[in-house]
Design a protein around this ligand. Sequence first.
Ligand code: BG6
Length: 485
Amino acid sequence: MDTAPPCAFVIFGATGDLAARKLFPALYQLHGSKALHPETAIIGYGRSDLTDEQLRARLEEAVKRFNGSFSKRKWKTFAPRISYVRGSYNQREGFDQLHERLSGLKLHNHLFYTATPPETYEGIALRLGAAELNKSSGWTRLVIEKPFGHDLQSARALNRTVLGSFQENQVYRIDHYLAKETAQNLAVLRFANTLFEPTWNSRYIDHVQITMAEPMGMEGRGSFYEEAGVIRDVFQNHLLQLAALVAMEPPARYDALSVRDEKVKVLHAMTCIEPEKAVMGQYIASEGVASERLDGYRQEPAVAPDSLQATFAAVQFGIANWRWSGVPFFVRAGKRLEVKASEIVLQFKRPPHTPFTLTEKLKPDRLVLRVVPNEGITLRFNSKTPGQGIELARVSMKFAYDEHFDRPNPDAYETLLHDVMVGDATLFQRADEVEAQWQVVQPLLEHWDRGDKEPEFYLAGSRGPKAATEMLTKQGRYWHLPGKD
Ligand code: BG6
């Protein structure tokens, strides 16, 4: 990565979970690879009463824990960049102090990052505007974390507030899935090769599957999840973004304007997710499925004992345009499932005629794109088995990043923080894009927000609700087993 221009990098919520797990480990990594300019200063902002030294000591522990390549020597050169400002997210005093600190630093470029609870985003944008921190003698950028809004209406309101203080080209709405290497590689696979794109349509593709399976439970995020549930947590953003990258038309150029224009067009063509085309689930305690006993969602801290919140969803939707008409998209995600695996599967149609005498049904070709973990791409197809006569077997052509390249993939946050500092918004969402995503999930949210339906319960550590499996088998289709080639 090139060295980014110098800036004052302000992190709201510097003592929080996201800053500890993702932002500081990524900045530390960028510092180590010299992608962070030597003059760049990091200002942590938070409500706790801390000195610079106390914040640095906390962050040292966090970086040790969440960045595999910690070294004391490197930390000693990184830590002096960090200082602290104490303040609230919606009152003037803290922002005045921040203003003073920034004036003292004499750095022309200012970057503000909201690593805070979603309900603070509006206040932060307003206060930055009121303190005239929405402009500087260089560039000023505001990074907003997900979830961006709680539904379509609140996302529109948030956009209005943010755009009251900032120009759209100053705003970076983050979705870390866009910086996953396989997600970025989708455009390359499709548009830098001649092999795939001609078959990438309803003539050859039977259906598309997108899965995000996670073995983790709440990990201390129970109160957030009670509000969000699976649809707001990962469908409205990560999964619809992956779907948009699979389905968009070729952009004229690979830049923020063209790529986001194409994504918005295809998001507008997606049919809204209707409640009857969705299976919602919630995990319950299990004794035997995983090796240890796992609590159910309702036993998680800060979760109501009778909560109806969904921790799993499998949905079907379509895309009403020339390329995708009649091709179903099946998308599912869940917590406390058997494996960790985010992947995209394109299943091709069966050949119109097979000249072989088959002992069993011919399996369809599948292209599997692994987003997390073991990033890479596998093509599953039929082959002749060696020996006399024609017997068929399923074989794979496999590309794995870690086998092919001699350096590990960067963490998504490293890529994104660097992109903000160099001013590349291609992997960030535009105002109309987030709103289009809310539009797709809105009917499902309205249906479930009423709180009068019970999700289907599934055992923690299992493969999820039975009805999700049946959703496909009823149609003569079957889910790809996550994590398996
Ligand atoms: C976050 C969600 O956006 O993505 C979490 O809020 C989820 O619930 C996480 O666990 C998964 O990210 P990754 O990169 O580990 O697949």
